[in-house]
Design a protein around this ligand. Structure first.
Ligand SMILES: [Co+2]
Length: 205
C-alpha cells in the first residue's frame, strides 16, 4: 500500500494526468470519471462479452462448432460486433495446444468481445518477446505451459482479430452458463492465463 514502493509514472501517464487535471479544473470532467470509464472498458464491460461467448461454447456443442467454423458470425449471433471486431477467428485451446495472441505491429485487439487492451498488451517487450520466447513470457504471467503442450502464437492485424477459447476447468461439471462466464478472465481469452475454479488452489498454503 505504501506509495514509496510504486514505480514512477510513465511520461504518457503523466501527460494523461495533466490533461485530466485541466478537465477537472474546468469542471468538464467529474472526479474519478476517467478511471471509471477505463475500468469499465478494460475490466468489466469488454471482457464480460467474451466470457459469455466462451461459456456458451463450453455448454453448447453446436454453438462451439459454429464459433470455430466462423467466429465473426457466431459472435454476432450473441449480439457482439463492431469496430475492431469486423473479422474474428476463434482459437481453441486443447490439452495439446495452447494459443496466445499478440499484435506485433501495434495493439490490434478485439474490442467488441474484450473491450480495451490492457497496458501490457501494448508494450514493446510483450509484442516482441512473446513471439520469440512465448513460454518464458507466459511463465512471467504465472502460466507454466507443460513441455508436451505446443504453444502457438497468433499475430493480430488490421483485418483479423483473435479470441482464445480457453479450456473448461475440471470441477465445473453441471455449472450453469452464467456461473461459467464468471470464471472466464480477460487474460484467458488472450492466452496469457488459463481458467480456474476459484479457490481451487487454496488449502495448500
Ligand atoms: Co495492430
Amino acid at each position: 500500500m505504501s506509495e514509496s514502493f510504486t514505480e514512477p509514472p510513465s511520461e504518457r501517464a503523466l501527460r494523461i494526468k495533466a490533461i485530466e487535471s485541466v478537465l477537472l479544473e474546468k469542471k468538464i470532467l467529474a472526479p474519478g470519471a476517467v478511471d471509471e470509464i477505463v475500468d469499465l472498458f478494460e475490466n468489466q464491460l469488454g471482457p464480460r462479452n467474451g466470457a459469455k461467448i466462451v461459456a456458451r461454447a463450453w455448454t453448447d456443442a453446436a454453438y462451439k462448432e459454429r464459433l470455430l467454423a466462423n467466429g465473426t458470425e457466431a459472435i454476432l449471433e450473441m449480439g457482439f460486433a463492431g469496430l475492431q471486431g469486423e473479422y474474428m477467428v476463434v482459437l481453441e485451446n486443447t490439452p495439446a495446444i495452447h494459443h496466445v495472441v499478440v499484435c506485433t505491429l501495434c495493439s490490434c485487439y478485439p474490442w467488441p468481445v474484450l473491450g480495451l487492451p490492457p497496458n501490457w498488451y501494448k508494450t514493446a517487450p510483450y509484442r516482441s518477446r512473446v513471439v520469440i520466447e512465448p513460454r518464458a513470457v507466459l511463465s512471467e504471467f504465472g502460466l507454466d505451459v507443460p513441455d508436451d503442450v505446443e504453444v502457438r502464437v497468433y499475430d493480430s492485424n488490421n483485418e483479423l482479430r483473435y479470441l482464445v477459447l480457453p479450456q473448461r476447468p475440471v470441477g465445473t461439471e453441471g455449472w450453469s452458463e452464467e456461473a461459467l462466464a464468471e470464471i472466464v478472465t480477460r487474460d484467458s481469452m488472450i492466452g496469457t492465463a488459463v481458467c480456474k475454479v476459484p479457490n481451487a488452489d487454496e488449502g495448500v498454503v
